[in-house]
Design a protein around this ligand. Structure first.
Ligand code: ADQ
Length: 467
């Protein structure tokens, strides 16, 4: 078996990592071993020349990190990755914040990472690069003569052609993808956007075998919806410690768990709950809405704004509908340990997962996995979450931009008969149990091996033909 080398912006350092990407890959690496390379911010780099990667000895796989200076962190991570690519890929060109030097720093961090990593690579390694921080990395590795199979997986949505037009240098951007043997995206929607963007902006031609002919090469793109450790999460929920009463007089508990991010549609969600409370007919059926949203990327202005908006709105809803012993919205800013989160999901009668745009959304899958199949809760899911492609049969799909649509979803969820809840849950459970994270890694890596083998065959063919 070849060694797997994973690249992502962050390398997991603790024993119990959190965050979608890291959790999914950590399980794979812990079971099959390999090398994981990423970045970490350091106060100062000594000297000018390239230095060694920082080694973090681990039990089952090797971990190396490249130290980023605060300036690189600002330009590459907070800047180009999270103030340009993240908003654009989520269809929020209005939140774009372009500063001089970001693009150059983004490229130089990627090229330095390639230089420092290349000596650690072996000829039979399979390389898997993750997410929008590292799109140019394969291009940089190829320049250094790395011939290994290299796959890329994008965890966030792929934008439409117009989104890419808002990038400062979109010709270079398309070029970066042609260095990969395989580009993996979350959904069919993303694959359609990818093909559309390459045809419109790059004059690419779609071949009958699904590949794109672009410039002088080919790009293989497909969707690989990321999964969770479904049985593991279900077990954690079953074994979760007793939870304290969430609220005194509420009869039903509704939950939302998200990083505090504008793509997650949190203010819209609160407006939807507010609309439900205004219209509700069943006075006795009081719902407590528990929203857990730890702040992230707080140095980016758009993230400060969303925090302020949300605090204001939850105060408004509580002022309008709160009573002695009844607080409609509980808003918690902390991160919660996974076992406790699993228990909270199981306890909740309804989950509100209403992003405006989301690559997949693992919370939706975790909520389903945590349910008691004899008396499961109801998932209210945005049609703009990648997970909606897989969970359409069981979830209540809503339009997150429309408060009335969210309110309608909550009304249906509150009144849904047990039989219907069971049928819907069974459909969703069967999907997430079959397409779990083991399936995701295995399928991607098999497709990568095939794609790389076919590239080698055609290279040998053209070399033999003297081209
Ligand atoms: P994220 O945007 O981070 O991931 P998501 O898929 O929901 O979104 O993953 C978040 C993970 O963090 C989940 O496992 C969740 O349980 C956990 N989490 C969130 N809030 C938490 C809290 N307060 N305490 C503890 N844990 C918390 C990106 C993309 C997604 C894509 C994933 C994986 O934006 O669309 O699904 O990568 O590909």
């Amino acid at each position: 078996m070849t060694r797997l080398v994973v690249f992502s912006n962050r390398v997991p350092l603790g024993d119990k990592p959190s965050g979608g990407l890291v959790v999914a890959l950590n399980d794979t690496m812990a079971s099959q071993g390999g090398l994981w390379i990423g970045t970490e911010t350091v106060k100062e780099r000594s000297g000018n020349g390239p230095e060694a990667l920082i080694n973090h000895p681990g039990a089952t796989f090797e971990r190396l990190a490249m130290g980023l200076t605060p300036k690189e962190h600002a330009g590459y991570y907070l800047g180009y990755s999270n103030s340009v690519l993240w908003p654009l890929f989520h269809g929020r060109a209005d939140l774009l914040s372009v500063s001089v030097g970001q693009f150059t720093t983004y490229k130089s961090v990627n090229s330095r990472l390639a230089e420092l990593s290349a000596p650690h690579l072996r000829p039979d390694d399979t390389i898997w690069i993750h997410d929008y921080h590292l799109i140019p990395l394969a291009h940089e590795l190829r320049k250094l003569g790395v011939r290994n199979p290299i796959g890329f997986f994008l965890h966030i949505p792929f934008p439409v052609a117009n989104g890419i037009r808002a990038l400062s240098d979109n010709a270079e951007f398309l070029e970066w993808f042609s260095a990969y043997d395989l580009v993996g995206l979350q959904t069919q929607r993303d694959v359609a956007n990818f093909i559309g963007a390459f045809r419109t902006l790059g004059r690419a031609e779609l071949l009958s075998d699904g590949r794109l002919r672009f410039n002088n090469g080919f790009i293989q793109v497909a969707s690989f919806p990321i999964g969770i450790d479904a049985t593991g999460f279900r077990k954690a929920a079953e074994e979760a410690p007793e939870l304290p009463e969430i609220t005194t007089s509420a009869q039903k508990v509704m939950i939302g768990v998200d990083r505090l991010d504008y793509s997650k549609g949190l203010p819209h969600r609160l407006r939807g709950f507010q609309a439900f409370l205004r219209d509700r007919h069943v006075e006795a059926d009081r719902i407590a809405f528990l929203q857990i949203a730890p702040p992230t990327r707080e140095d980016v202005q758009a993230y400060k704004d969303i925090r302020r908006d949300l605090e204001q709105l939850s105060g408004e809803v509580n002022g309008e509908f709160g009573d002695i012993g009844y607080m409609p919205v509980q808003y918690i800013h902390r991160s919660i340990p996974r076992e406790r989160l699993a228990g909270l999901f199981r306890r909740a009668d309804i989950a509100l997962v209403t992003p405006l745009n989301d690559g997949m959304n693992l919370v939706a899958k975790e909520y389903v996995a945590a349910q008691d199949e004899a008396d499961p809760g109801v998932l209210i899911l945005s049609r703009f979450a990648g997970a909606a492609e897989q969970l359409a049969e069981g979830a209540l799909l809503i339009n997150p931009y429309d408060a009335a649509s969210i309110a309608g979803g909550i009304t249906r969820a509150v009144t849904m008969p047990l039989e219907e809840r069971r049928t819907r849950h069974a459909a969703m459970w069967s999907e997430i149990a079959r397409h779990d994270n083991d399936w995701w890694t295995a399928t991607f890596l098999q497709s990568l091996a095939r794609a790389a083998a076919s590239r080698r065959t055609s290279e040998t063919f053209f070399a033999a033909a003297g081209e």
